[in-house]
Each structure stands twice: as structure tokens, then as C-alpha cells.
Design a protein around this ligand. Structure first.
Ligand code: PLP
Length: 408
């Protein structure tokens, strides 16, 4: 009933009857952003601890990205990939240098980046390993996108329901369980795809021991280790890529969200040995890597390495985690507080959506991760003061929610 009312208010206010109702939208309409702040159409200010689901990692309307976009828009918006795009080479070089990988392919979203990784793994398995029906193993609770292949790879049934028939060649096992993973591996296994911190699945980091065992297993069995850094990548965890915390070297990495800081983009980066697999005509996209996206991505990758931003992000992430842990220590409603860098989750004993609505009313934008996890993804440019403000608001809202639970 409440969702219906919410949708009804939005429909009346903005006449969105001509849109598919596939998103559950909040009532607030943002019209301006700056750093970690947002303003709605009534002039009210909000602290943004969602970053458009981990996208605006360098803050809203960052002047370096805005200038790069405007400058490029005055020169050239688009040429097809049938012609060289020099900025693509610059951005690919930067991604390869930072990741230790050998080649990049550009697309427009996270799902497309994962789709490219899945195609790459299948083609490599077919042609190099001579596997006729290659399989990819993924993990329960994961999220890899909404295309048919990536939703099949996703380890959450709610994403797949109603979309049969699904593509073949995917198996799902449980995270942190190396024995189960080894048992599932067979001669058809071409790749293992995972998020190092499951985002949509509840801000769930893979353990160091599991990742090292997994990396060793992939090497031993000549299986591609494919890391989905769509949400964890581009500074979110305090390193450019989350895999850098683990001291492992994946074969394939996918990124998207933070790479454009709000400009649509995706990329797959892979080891040199995989480059020949994707020869001319094997894969492509009209818009992927166009000059506008590349100009912004170059500005993002230049900026992210400056001003000690990553080191600061690590400190801010640790501060956020510590302050939440201190303030919520005696709250029975909060079961667990976890995360990596500026990707933090509070596991609650109650559904999270009413809490997110209350926080929004109080001027704090947050996100759900599953039914009971409150997800916090502030931009890297958030200040320590803003973190304190957010912690106070969360404490206040959880206090009143806990009181309602006791009274109710
Ligand atoms: C880990 C992960 N992979 C893939 C995706 C899909 O990205 P997109 O929505 O850009 O297709 C997401 C989106 O939330 C994600 O968090």
C-alpha cells in the first residue's frame, strides 16, 4: 500500500505515467550537487552517502571532470570505433598501468563490462583450451548486472525470476568456501567471476584466505580469475581496485560506475595473453569509449591519484567504520558493521527501507543492500565532519526505530 502511495505521489507530481514502473523511486527530486552534497527541488540540502550507487566517487560536479567534458564537447563528441580514438589509448594505458593488466575494452555500463568478460572467457575456453561448453562459476549473493548473461551469473534468484529461458553455462556456489568451489570445478570450468566486496548482496567482503586459495586454485587449474570491480573499483575501497588490498593478480577486471563519475562508461581490462582472443569483429559497441566518455575517464584517473585522495579515503573509511561501531555498540537493531574503505554496511535485524526513508527525511541519502543491510557509499571527498554528521543521523534514526520496536 505504501509503495503504491509513493508511486502515486510521483506519478501525480511528475506525470511519469509514460515510464515503465521498473524502479521504486523515492519522493525526493534532486536538482543540484556539489561534492558530497545534494539539493532537492525545494532547496533542501542532503548529505549524499549513496553517490548514485557508488558512481560519483569524486563528488558531484567535480570541476576537473566538468571542464574535461565541456572542453571535449566543444571539439568532438563522437566518432565510431572504426577510427582510432587517441583518448581511448591514453585511458587504456592508465587502466593497464594501475591494474597490472595488458589491454582494455570500453563499453557503457557495468553489465556490458561483465558481458564482455563472459564472452572473453568463453572464447578463450573454446579456442585456446578447446572446451566445447565452457562454464563460469559465480557466488551466492553476488550481483553482476541485468542483461540475460549477467543476471544468470548473478547469485540472487529475485533478479532472474520471470526471465526464463536463461543462458546456459553458469554455476553458483557459496562465497568463502574453497572446498565447495573446488568440488564444483570441472574440466568445463573456464572462469570464476566474483565481487571482492559484494555490494548489492549486503556489503560482504571476501576473506583474504579465501581469495588467496581461490587465486592459487585458478592458477593451478588454468581457470580465469575474473573480478567484478564495477562497484568496488576506482577508489571506492581506498585503492584504485579492491583486488590491490588482497595482493592477488586477477586475469580479468571489470569497472564502470566510478570510472565516469556519473558519465556512462564501462571497461573490461585483461591480461595480455587474452588480447588475441578478441580479434577484429568479435565484439564491439557503438558508443563504448567515445571521446566524451574518455575525456571524463582520463580526468577521473588523473585526479584519483592526486592529493593523497586514496590514502585519505582509507582513513575516512576506517573512521566511518570505527565511529559507527562505537556509537551503535549497544544497539540490538544493528547486528554487524562491516566494509572495506568507503564501502560500509550495517546489518540490521529489521527491514532497511523504512530506515532509509527516515534518513532521507532527515537529510541523509543512503542505500539498501538486500532487505536488511544499510549501505553507505559516500564520495571519497567526504569530510570527517560530514562523516560525524552522518553517524549522528544514523544513530538518531536507529534510536527512534529501536524505541518503536520496544513500544510496539
Ligand atoms: C558489482 C556490480 N556489477 C555489475 C553491476 C551492473 O552495472 P550497471 O548497472 O552499470 O549495468 C553493478 C550495479 O550495481 C554492480 O554493483
Amino acid at each position: 500500500m505504501k509503495n503504491y502511495l509513493l508511486a502515486h505521489v510521483c506519478i501525480r507530481r511528475y506525470r511519469i505515467v509514460s515510464l515503465f514502473p521498473n524502479y521504486m523511486r523515492q519522493e525526493v527530486t534532486f536538482v543540484k550537487g556539489d561534492g558530497a552534497l545534494l539539493w532537492d527541488d525545494t532547496g533542501k540540502t542532503y548529505l549524499d552517502f549513496g553517490s548514485g550507487i557508488g558512481v560519483t566517487n569524486l563528488g558531484h560536479c567535480h570541476p576537473k571532470m566538468t571542464n574535461a567534458l565541456l572542453e571535449q564537447a566543444n571539439h568532438l563528441w563522437h566518432v565510431s570505433n572504426l577510427f582510432p580514438i587517441p583518448l581511448q589509448i591514453e585511458v587504456a594505458d592508465m587502466l593497464c598501468e594501475y591494474s597490472g593488466l595488458g589491454a582494455a575494452f570500453f563499453c557503457n555500463s557495468g553489465a556490458e563490462a561483465n558481458e564482455a568478460a563472459i564472452k572473453l572467457a568463453r572464447k578463450w575456453a573454446n579456442e585456446v583450451k578447446e572446451i566445447s561448453n565452457p562454464e563460469i562459476i559465480t557466488f551466492e549473493g553476488s550481483f553482476h548486472g541485468r542483461t540475460l548473461a549477467t543476471l544468470t551469473a548473478t547469485g540472487q534468484n529475485k533478479v532472474k525470476t520471470g526471465f526464463d529461458p536463461l543462458p546456459q553455462g553458469f554455476r553458483t556456489t557459496s562465497l568463502q568456501n574453497i572446498r565447495a568451489l573446488k568440488q564444483m570445478t570441472n574440466p568445463q570450468t573456464a572462469g570464476i567471476l566474483l565481487e571482492l566486496v559484494q555490494g548489492e548482496g549486503g556489503v560482504q567482503p571476501a576473506s583474504f584466505a579465501f581469495m588467496h586459495d581461490l587465486a592459487d586454485w585458478c592458477q593451478e587449474k588454468d581457470i580465469l580469475l575474473m573480478v567484478d570491480e564495477v562497484q568496488t573499483g576506482i577508489g571506492r575501497t581506498g585503492e584504485i581496485f579492491a583486488f590491490q588490498h588482497y595482493g592477488i593478480q586477477p586475469d580479468v577486471v571489470t569497472v564502470a560506475k566510478g570510472l565516469g563519475n556519473g558519465f556512462p562508461i564501462g571497461a573490461m581490462i585483461a591480461k595480455d595473453k587474452l588480447k588475441p582472443v578478441m580479434g577484429p569483429g568479435t565484439h564491439g559497441t557503438t558508443f563504448g569509449g567515445n571521446p566524451l566518455a574518455m575525456a571524463v575517464a582520463k580526468a577521473v584517473l588523473t585526479e584519483i591519484n592526486k592529493h593523497g585522495l586514496l590514502q585519505e579515503a582509507k582513513k575516512k573509511g576506517a573512521f566511518l567504520l570505527d565511529r559507527l561501531t562505537e556509537e551503535l555498540a549497544n544497539f540490538s537493531i544493528s547486528e554487524d558493521i562491516r566494509g572495506l574503505g568507503l564501502m560500509v554496511g550495517i546489518k540490521l535485524t529489521k527491514p532497511v527501507l523504512p530506515i532509509i526513508e527516515s534518513l532521507l527525511k532527515n537529510g541523509l541519502v543512503t542505500l539498501p543492500a538486500g532487505e536488511k543491510v544499510l549501505r553507505l557509499l559516500p564520495p571519497l571527498v567526504v569530510t570527517f565532519d560530514q562523516i560525524e554528521q552522518a553517524v549522528s543521523l544514523i544513530k538518531a534514526v536507529l534510536t527512534s526505530t529501536s524505541m518503536k520496536v520496544h513500544l510496539g
